[in-house]
Design a protein around this ligand. Sequence first.
Ligand code: SF4
Ligand code: SF4
Length: 289
Amino acid sequence: MEIIVASGKGGVGKSTITASLISLLKDFSITAVDADAEAPNLHILFDVKHWEEEREIISAHTAFIMDSCINCGLCDDVCVYEAIYTENGAHRIKEYLCEGCGACKAVCPANAITIKPSRSGWIRTALTPYGLLVSAELDVGKPNSGKLVTEEKKIAREWVNSKKAEHIIVDSAAGIGCQVIASMSGADLALLIAEPTPSSLSDLKRAYWLAEHFRIKAYIVVNKYNLNPDFKGIENFAADKGLEILGKIPYDKTVPKAIASMKPVVEFAPDSKAALEIKNLADSVEQFL
Ligand code: SF4
Ligand code: SF4
């Protein structure tokens, strides 16, 4: 089974909840995928100090100017990403701004520009006490974060296909962009994490629409539910869409302490209010597994 933990809004506790679920469900042989290639952090909560394998992903394109350049400046005129600059009268490219669109190459009268494949980021794997962790890291300014997530999931699925793990839990990025689309693609179940605020509800709706698009069975988990008890937006939305609220986790000061100690809160403070509710959530997820 492939479970995605998503939210729409960032900072609502996805990684905290994911790390604790993986810790509680470790008897089920889970492979974890940190699918937030722009800001991966699951390895911090799992205290990963050593990566078994690090693989470059070449899925971007970058322009390069060759010696035959006659410095006419036409490429600079057409580059909307402002990736071209001059240095001592010579035209150069800022690689981190170049999107590889090829407009400069199309206008170059001296045929002095070549577009080459370039690295968009890394994929890394670590063996943790909880099982395999697959993590990705996008290079600064590079596109194709969704491709990185797709590659991560391929590794996780190979791990499952070779019987080294039974299930996959994906800690998705925030939002509904290409990383989240790649995370949801092929998933069986989505846990949508939200906080009791209008902003989080708005983003929850967008994440739900995405899950609905992929026909993924979705459940809601409300984090820090007791911070705004008068807010009924999430309950109303769940009722309207026929969605089950699978868990309600209270605000708990031990959670940031657990994060600072690089431990899932269910290990750092197993009897804390948050940990006890996450255990209830894990019991529900166990039924699906
Ligand atoms: S368009 Fe071609 S020749 Fe003109 S400055 Fe750019 S690279 Fe050089
Ligand atoms: S490939 Fe596109 S983004 Fe890169 S330098 Fe050329 S025009 Fe600019």
